[in-house]
Design a protein around this ligand. Structure first.
Ligand code: ZN
Length: 313
């Protein structure tokens, strides 16, 4: 059975053109890729597309992988590059939308599907706070958190995290530490905002806030938390993040897309707003069904979807 083979055996077979080995590797690594991208992506990125592009590059590039023991970090590196490309593309498209007020669809709540999936998959209140705090991080730190979260969960080693970040182990450690400092600030922000009853002075501070999770507001609210006896008292009892993140499973990738008839009243997908909405709708429709957490069903679709320009890595 090809599914029970080690990565080394599968990579060697894939290199020799064994199609079943390629499919088995893709199926095995899809949850990891989905988790890296899902936790690392900004809310307006199309996670489904980034994952699909990553898997296509993995499938087409595996024949060039010389060191089988580095296959996992090679896959994670591809995912991060695809994520960085998508982020750059989104930035360009945001800039062009800024010139066209009618084209700004930033408010689409469906686009935050993955963020919500992350929240749903954590159970504990403090884990949930971390998942919410992650959405406040600077984009570069979100990627670091995504990798460090996988390390805490035993899915990546520190050496693989460092390699994916293209840093030495020592520099990766520094980057993780900086991310953790910002994460703890963000956790205190989330906790202060969620407190019931809320702090009246914080309500004044946030009276002009439109709800966007941007660094400026993170800093503004954090400053209040630090200076306010009531809010700072709450943030004093944050548990160590790695203990909270350990043992959390990989995110389940969405099941393969099955075209189905739209029910009356269901949100229309693919209308104005285009690609982003279409994918968010598809994910929302298909991604929330019950399924095994490491079900590899999506891999077949990824392998079957021939996509031009996927080139070798
Ligand atoms: Zn306060």
């Amino acid at each position: 059975m090809v599914q029970t083979q080690t990565d080394e055996v599968l990579v060697a077979a894939a290199r020799d053109g064994d199609r079943a080995a390629v499919e088995a590797l893709a199926a095995r690594y899809l949850p990891l890729v989905y988790t890296v991208v899902g936790r690392g992506a900004d809310r307006d990125l199309d996670v489904d597309d980034i994952v699909q592009d990553t898997m296509m590059r993995v499938v087409t590039g595996v024949s060039g992988v010389r060191q089988a023991e580095r296959f996992r970090s090679w896959v994670v590196t591809i995912a991060l590059r695809q994520l960085a490309d998508a982020r750059a593309e989104a930035r360009r498209s945001r800039l062009s939308r800024a010139d066209d007020p009618a084209g700004d669809d930033r408010e689409d709540p469906a686009a935050d599907f993955v963020g919500l999936t992350v929240l749903r998959q954590v159970l504990d209140t403090e884990q949930r706070e971390i998942a919410e705090a992650a959405r406040w991080l600077d984009p570069a730190f979100r990627v670091v958190l995504s990798l460090w979260w996988l390390e805490a969960g035993g899915h990546l080693t520190r050496a693989e995290v460092a390699e994916a970040l293209e840093l030495s182990a020592a520099h990766a450690g520094v980057r993780v530490q900086r991310m953790r400092e910002q994460l703890d600030v963000a956790r205190s922000v989330v906790r202060a905002l969620d407190a019931a009853p809320g702090c009246p002075a914080l309500r004044d501070t946030t009276s002009g806030w439109d709800g966007e999770l941007d660094p400026l507001w993170r800093k503004r609210i954090a400053r209040h938390v630090r200076d306010c006896p009531r809010c700072s008292e709450r943030s004093r009892r944050l548990a160590a993040a790695e203990g909270l993140l350990a043992g959390l499973p990989l995110l389940a990738p969405p099941a393969p897309h099955q075209p189905r008839r739209r029910r009356p009243g269901q949100l229309r997908c693919g209308g104005q707003g285009g690609e982003e909405r279409r994918h968010a709708c598809r994910l929302r429709r298909d991604g929330l069904r019950g399924r095994g957490r490491s079900e590899p069903a999506g891999a077949g679709r990824l392998l079957r979807t021939g996509r031009a320009g996927a080139g070798t890595a």
